[in-house]
Design a protein around this ligand. Structure first.
Ligand SMILES: Cc1cc2nc3c(=O)[nH]c(=O)nc-3n(C[C@H](O)[C@H](O)[C@H](O)COP(=O)(O)O)c2cc1C
Length: 320
C-alpha cells in the first residue's frame, strides 16, 4: 500500500470526497478536509476563472485558519478536478488558476493527463487520473501520474462497466503506486473492503450528496434517501458517455427518454450544460443512503463502521 507524503497524518480515514459537477462547492470541500477526508471539486463548478480563483483562496484560508486553531488535526488536503478531454474549452484557463494557487492535489479525468502532470509536478503537487479500464490506467502511468482512480460499475457520474474485484486486481498486477477505488462505496465496511482488495483510498461521491453541506436542491437529497438501485438508468443519452442517472429526476424534469434526442458525440464541455442541472446522477450506493447527515456525523459514522470492519476476524477453519 502506498500513501504519498501529502496525506501522511492528515487523514482520519483513507477517503476522498470525489469531485461532482454542480454538487461540490467550497462548503462541501472545506467540511470534508476539516473532518480529515480529502475534499475535491471540478473546476467547472466555479462558473468563471475569477470565481475559481476566489474559491481556491477561500478554501486555503479557511483550512489554514482551522489548522492554526486545531493543530492536533487531522486536516486533509484538497483537490481540484480537471477534465482533460479535448472538448473541454476551459482547460487552459482553469490550469492557469490552478497553477497560480499551486493546488496540492489535482484529479484528471477523461483524456491524456501528461501536460497537467508535467505542470503540477513543477510545484510538487500530485496528480491522480481516473480510469474505467486497465489500458487507460497503463496510458496514465506512462503519462507520469502519481495515482490511479478506478471508477467501476455502479459508480455515480460517468461510471465504468467493470466489476471492482476484477479491475482492482487487474491494475494491481502492473501498478504498485497509490490506488483509489470508486463505485458505490457508502460506508466504513466498504472503505475497509476496498483496502483489503488492494486500494489505498475509497473515492466516494453519491454518499456525500446526502449531507447538509452539499449545496444541491433538497429534492435531490430526498430522492437519494428514497431511491433504490432500480430507480437508476445507465445511459449515454445526455453527454455521449454512459452515466448513472436517477429516473425520478428525469420524470420530474418532464422528459420522456424515448423521445429525447441523444447526443451523437462525446460532449464533456460542461461549462454551459443544463443536462446535469435537471437530471441528477447517483451510483448504486443509493440503496444504502437512509439519512441526510452533517459531514461531521457522517465521517464519525464511517470511522465507527471502519473500526468494526477492521476488527472482524478473518475466516478460520478452526472455528468451524
Ligand atoms: C452528481 C455527480 C457528478 C459527478 N461529476 C463528476 C465530475 O465533474 N468529474 C469527475 O471526474 N467525476 C464526477 N463524478 C464521479 C465522481 O467523481 C465519483 O467517481 C463517483 O461519484 C464515485 O461513485 P459513487 O457515487 O458511487 O460513490 C460525478 C458523480 C456524481 C454522482
Amino acid at each position: 500500500m502506498a500513501i504519498p507524503a501529502l496525506f501522511k497524518n492528515k487523514l482520519s480515514l483513507p477517503v476522498i470526497c470525489a469531485p461532482m459537477f454542480l454538487v461540490s462547492s467550497p462548503k462541501l470541500v472545506i467540511s470534508a478536509c476539516k473532518n480529515g477526508i480529502v475534499g475535491s471539486f471540478p473546476s467547472f463548478n466555479a462558473r468563471t476563472q475569477d470565481l475559481l480563483d476566489t474559491w481556491l483562496s477561500q478554501i486555503r484560508s479557511e483550512l489554514d485558519e482551522h489548522i492554526a486553531t486545531n493543530p492536533e488535526g487531522p486536516v486533509a488536503p484538497f483537490a481540484v478536478n480537471l477534465v482533460v478531454h479535448p472538448s473541454n474549452t476551459r482547460l487552459s484557463s482553469d490550469r492557469a488558476v490552478v497553477k497560480k494557487h499551486q493546488v496540492p492535489f489535482v484529479i484528471t479525468s477523461q483524456g491524456n493527463p501528461a501536460e497537467v502532470v508535467e505542470e503540477v509536478h513543477q510545484w510538487g503537487g500530485l496528480v491522480f487520473h481516473d480510469v474505467i479500464r486497465a489500458d487507460h490506467a497503463k496510458k496514465a502511468i506512462q503519462a507520469g501520474v502519481d495515482g490511479i482512480i478506478i471508477v467501476t460499475a455502479g459508480a455515480g457520474g460517468h461510471a465504468g462497466e467493470i466489476n471492482p474485484f476484477a479491475l482492482v486486481r487487474e491494475i494491481r498486477e502492473f501498478w504498485n503506486g497509490p490506488l483509489a477505488l470508486a463505485g458505490a462505496i457508502n460506508d466504513g465496511m466498504g472503505v475497509r473492503a476496498a483496502e483489503v482488495l488492494g486500494a489505498d483510498f475509497s473515492y466516494m461521491g453519491t454518499r456525500f450528496i446526502a449531507t447538509e453541506e452539499a449545496e444541491v436542491e433538497g429534492d435531490y437529497k430526498t430522492m437519494l434517501v428514497d431511491a433504490q438501485v432500480s430507480d437508476l438508468i445507465y445511459t449515454d443519452t445526455f453527454t455521449g458517455v454512459k452515466c448513472n442517472f436517477l429516473k425520478p429526476s428525469i420524470a420530474r424534469a418532464g422528459v420522456d427518454l424515448t423521445k429525447f434526442t441523444a447526443k451523437t458525440h462525446v460532449d464533456l464541455d460542461l461549462g454551459e450544460s443544463n443536462a446535469w442541472k435537471d437530471f441528477w446522477s447517483a451510483g448504486h450506493g443509493v440503496a444504502g443512503i437512509k439519512h441526510v447527515l452533517p459531514m461531521t456525523e457522517l465521517v464519525a459514522q464511517l470511522k465507527e463502521e471502519y473500526r468494526s470492519a477492521v476488527a472482524t476476524p478473518a475466516f478460520s477453519s478452526a472455528s468451524k
